[in-house]
Design a protein. Structure first.
Length: 366
């Protein structure tokens, strides 16, 4: 009897709500559906904008490439205020993290890196900060191919984002300093070029387009390079086969050596110093003399080789400063971080800004 009573009550409730839509029906009725899978448009999150002071608009997590088997590759974009007429110069930032960690919204000891990049955009620059595949996802040359893909995507979208394709600077720290320098010196190097545009050529139910239409035809060359405490010559590091350099070390993971000794060919293939020639763009190279993560000799050797190759280069060594501009006191960290930022932006402005000048001294030690 209890079961029968329960059943009668349930039936009565259903009959009483027969005219009302279920929650599922309500949601379904409000849902837009494309005529075909390929007609799927941008989702709500894809249209997110972030407003910054000075009229700057930021667009987080724009997908610049989709590679089969990997997460979508994304960048954050900062657009200058509308008062800046005409195509604007482009700055691409590449983050550090030993090629195994980090992210495009982090840099050294700066508390709010997107705010810093937005402040640069407020001065008339289009600024992008890019992600790339880490070493455990895909070893070299995947990361540099991704950085080059991002540069090409930005150039292919130059009209959309009001970018001057003839004025691009790349800037990075630590592992990102390595990738920025490598992008700067490897213009036209076929073995480091990103893969050609692949399926899906158009967006579908699972992914956005593989990359921007026309990206295969545009250049990934840049007109200026800023490298902060980067790695430029793997052969000059401690031996990659000895104690403390096991298969999980950042360098070995990045080069893809596995359990085998890293060869000279592998080291040279990934080293910016390999590709130096007189056609390379002007460079600013900065490093702390007390860097315990990346030896300061990396920058000193690369700057010397660049100068010998006929490249305009400025080197600044910050005395007593460790990796990520960390000084022996909080005041030293603050002062060096601000000084490095000001020097780097002024260098970029001198190379690709509206009032372009030329790089000044070939080297400078502090």
């Amino acid at each position: 009897m209890r079961y029968a009573a329960t059943l009668l009550v349930s039936v009565a409730l259903l009959e009483g709500s027969a005219s009302a839509q279920s929650i599922g029906q309500q949601v379904a009725a409000e849902t837009d559906v494309g005529a075909a899978v390929q007609a799927v448009g941008a989702d709500s999150f894809a249209n997110i904008k972030v407003s910054f002071p000075g009229g700057v608009v930021g667009y987080p997590d724009l997908t610049y490439e989709t590679l089969s088997g990997y997460r979508p590759l994304k960048l954050d974009l900062f657009l200058p205020p509308s008062k800046f007429a005409g195509p604007r110069p482009l700055v691409i930032y590449v983050h550090g993290g030993g090629w195994v960690a980090g992210g495009p919204r982090r840099s050294a000891a700066y508390q709010d890196w997107p705010k810093v990049l937005a402040a640069l955009a407020a001065r008339g620059y289009v600024v992008a900060t890019v992600s790339y595949r880490f070493s455990r996802e895909a070893p070299f040359p995947a990361a540099i191919q991704d950085v080059k893909s991002a540069i090409r995507w930005l150039r292919a979208n130059a009209a959309k984002y009001n970018i001057d394709p003839k004025r691009a600077a790349i800037w990075g720290q630590s592992a990102g300093g390595h990738l920025a320098a490598l992008a700067g010196v490897s213009c036209g190097v076929a073995t480091l070029e990103p893969p050609a545009r692949s399926e899906p050529a158009a967006a579908n139910v699972e992914t956005v387009a593989s990359t921007a239409l026309g990206a295969d035809q545009v250049s990934d060359c840049v007109q200026a390079v800023v490298g902060w405490f980067g790695m430029y010559d793997f052969a000059a590091l401690r031996p990659l086969t000895g104690a403390g350099s096991g298969p999980d070390s950042p360098e070995r993971l990045f080069l893809g050596c596995g359990s085998q000794p890293c060869t000279r060919e592998q080291q040279a293939f990934a080293s910016p110093i390999t590709y130096l020639d007189h056609t390379d763009p002007p460079m600013l190279l900065m490093h702390g003399s007390a860097d315990s993560t990346v030896p300061v000799g990396q920058t000193e050797k690369f700057a010397s080789a660049a100068q010998a190759a006929g490249v305009r280069v400025r080197m600044i060594i910050e005395r007593g400063i460790n990796h990520s501009w960390i000084g022996p006191t909080p005041a030293a960290t603050l002062n060096t971080s601000r000084e490095a930022l000001a020097t780097s932006i002024d260098f970029i402005d001198a190379q690709i800004g509206d009032g372009r000048t030329s790089v000044r001294s070939p080297s400078e030690a502090k």
